[in-house]
Design a protein around this ligand. Sequence first.
Ligand SMILES: [Zn+2]
Length: 411
Amino acid sequence: MRHNDWSKILGWPGYAVYQQEIDEKAKTLKLWVRRKRGNLRLICSGCGRRIGQPADVTEREVRDLPCFEYRTTVVIEVYRVRCPDCGLKIEKVDQLPSKAPFSKRFEEAVGEACESASGRRVALRFSLPESTVRAIDLRYLERWSQYRKKPALRQMGVDEIYLGKKAKFVTVVSNLETGEPLWFGQERKKETLDEFFRSQLSKRQKERIEVACVDMWAPYRLSIEEWAPCCKIVYDKFHIMQHANKAVDEVRRAEFFRKGGPMRDLMKGKRWLLLTRWVNLADGHKQMLNELFRINRKVMKAYLLKESLDRLWNYIYEGAMLCYLQSWIDQLRWQRLEPFQKLALMLLDHLDGILNYCRLKPRLGVVEAINGNIKMLVRRGRGYKNLRYLLLKAQRMAATKTEFVAFRKVA
Ligand SMILES: [Zn+2]
């Protein structure tokens, strides 16, 4: 084959193959390329300035996409330039996105593969170490993030996620309209969210935020009130239902576990049953739950209370919502379900923020979906030590809608 044909097959714009080597046994192909005659637009990789003359020339070897069954590497002539601002620098070459020994399109292929498979599987497929795959994926995501449009933040979600013993709690700020996480911060204090406002948003951007969906958790509210005074706070369904689930669980523990013996065994491994909504249970599971209810009425009442609280968000008029909440609280009388009485007091304390849902109608279920996606990534990725990587990964997932947990529609 002529050099010219190899140049066409390789398809690096502006570059021509001048030498090749095929190893049939090892199934490798190696191509040497240099700039085509007349293609001498040198650009400083430091600042992007055009430079007239090269200072000297070196060679770099990078792995490119395979050619049929042949693992392919390209040896490329790279110039160094003497830039008035940066000094002696390597020229910018489109096919070489970083100092790592891979071509741009090879990194893209690895990055795309990482979108639907675990790092370990991608590593096997490309016969690379897993750490290299992760580094390539991170660069791929950084490049994507750098060039994409970032929509304005008007509806904000703030949530906390527990990432395991090492990373502990992480505060997640998200854009509810686009359904993507924007920022991660270590811990879940007021200072954590302060840092987001301080480092990520301009004064105008802060003024533009209209709504924030948060948990009934004072530190976040205090931070929002300080930094975004125009922003209204909504205590959203997802966070309130988390508290309701916690109350059900407390009743379960009081009723079964503290009594010990056979009662305890009966309840073993059934916590999730009580935390799942009735509509989402299979028939067999509904039956299991009904049997539990026959044994213990208190657990049944707790479950029904949780189920009926869920319907609070079916109301879109403030008066109707308030009315429903009042009747829900009235049901608690004479029930002696302490965790629910505590919950009711908490709801009354945060009433204005709960009713704000009717006034502002932020998208429901987004915080929950983002939360679910991040947890799934963490489970699959075996721990992200690098929070930046986890954030980019979750953003990419939201943007491409890969395996995106569907938003739950309000019935
Ligand atoms: Zn420069």
